[in-house]
Write a protein that binds this ligand. Structure first.
Ligand code: PMP
Length: 382
């Protein structure tokens, strides 16, 4: 299949790497191949390059007082944040608050902490806009609460949590550490992370490389490491550093943030085009994404067809979209997130997620629309 013929609209699951980022990786891999822990000159050069990447990330995000821990991606970042806090601060309390629409890399770790380590977890429900109620959050806090973990942008619905406001509420409780899974938000949405204590993101969601990511941390917070060994990354994540990966991550982030405004305007146009088509065909589709959600993700359900059939038909015509998120779609075809928003089994089983990037254009969206028109008229099922 020729790559340039593909219409790739699954950018929430992963993005195409930016050529400049890939080139920066290759260059850095050649220039800074030494182990930054080595004390010779080449090691020192590699260490300096690694620290520059670290500073660049903090500078890009305007979070200069925080600290960067390089790791393999958001799954590891979420695990380190949650288990790292829980195990380090369990003497302070055993209660954690999250929402019931978090990514599995949050929910599964919390389930383990409940099952194996005696933690109690409150899973806040969301409304039809995919958002938690801030009064519910406040009411869930107890004297034993040590951690609140909430995502900035939901990976299936695109719902945006008010991270600034939540952070301000939690500031009143100095014992509580606030973790934000910003994987779908960083480089895309304007979110103020100043009041977040821990922030996770992944390189491959912003046209960077798979296997790169970071956990940003307030300096005054300690974490119990998941991976022990040589003591790299300030003892929080042992293992020989991936200097080139770190450099590529810093560049991917810088580009995403430099271009963020332009990208936002661009994807908003694509979103609007698709929204108008879906919204004007109420006998075929129902919209799941909230009006005030991220314009990078548009989620709707099919009322008369099976999503899996439509995704496959689109895919056969070189249009790539998702039914549920990639984290679930091979295992089962029900979107837990859409189910939790609307409590409607059929709606949750027939979701389509279209996710945009600045590499998409209106022509592609119009092609998607005409294919949807054709498929919904032609494809027989149910
Ligand atoms: N959190 C969210 C909200 C995500 O969308 C994803 C990726 N689907 C992750 C965490 C995990 O990221 P990664 O696969 O890069 O580890």
């Amino acid at each position: 299949m020729e790559e340039n013929k593909i219409i790739y609209l699954d950018n929430a699951s992963t993005t195409k790497v930016n050529d400049k980022v890939l080139q920066a990786y290759i260059d850095a891999k050649k220039n800074f191949f030494a182990n930054p822990s080595s004390i010779h000159v080449e090691g020192v050069r590699a260490q300096r390059a690694l620290d520059e990447a670290r500073n660049s990330i903090l500078f890009s995000l305007k979070l200069k007082d925080k600290e960067v821990i390089f790791l393999s991606g958001a799954t590891e970042g979420n695990a380190l944040a949650l288990k790292g806090v829980a195990n380090r601060y369990k003497n302070r309390g055993n209660h954690i608050i999250t929402s019931n629409v978090e990514h599995p890399s949050v929910l599964k770790n919390l389930e383990q902490l409940e099952k194996n380590d005696g933690f109690k977890v409150t899973y806040l429900p969301v409304n039809e806009e995919g958002k938690i109620n801030l009064d519910d959050l406040q009411n869930a806090i107890t004297k034993d609460t040590i951690l609140v973990s909430l995502m900035a942008v939901n990976n299936e619905s695109g719902a945006i949590n008010d991270i600034r406001k939540i952070g301000l509420i939690l500031k009143e409780y100095p014992k509580i550490i606030f973790h934000v899974d910003a994987t779908q938000a960083i480089g895309k949405e304007n979110i103020d992370y100043q009041n977040a204590d821990l922030i996770t993101f992944s390189g491959h969601k912003i046209h960077g490389l798979n296997g790169t990511g970071a956990l940003i941390k307030n300096k005054n917070i300690e974490l119990y490491p998941l991976i022990d060994g040589g003591g790299q990354e300030n003892n929080y994540r042992s293992g020989t550093n991936d200097v080139a990966g770190a450099i590529s991550l810093a560049l991917a982030l810088k580009i995403a943030l430099d271009e963020q405004k332009e990208t936002q305007n661009h994807v908003a146009l694509l979103y609007k085009e698709l929204y108008q088509y879906i919204d004007s065909n109420k006998e075929e589709y129902i919209i799941n994404s909230p009006k005030d959600g991220s314009k990078f993700i548009f989620n709707f359900s099919l009322l008369k067809k099976k999503a899996s059939v439509v995704v496959e038909a689109l895919s056969n015509n070189k249009i790539m979209v998702s039914s549920t998120s990639a984290c679930h779609s091979k295992k089962e075809n029900k979107s837990e997130i859409i189910y939790r928003m609307f409590n409607d089994e059929s709606r949750a089983r027939n979701t389509i997620r279209v996710s945009f990037s600045n590499k998409n254009n209106l022509e592609e969206i119009n092609e998607l629309i005409s294919e949807l028109e054709r498929i919904t008229k032609e494809v027989k099922n149910r």
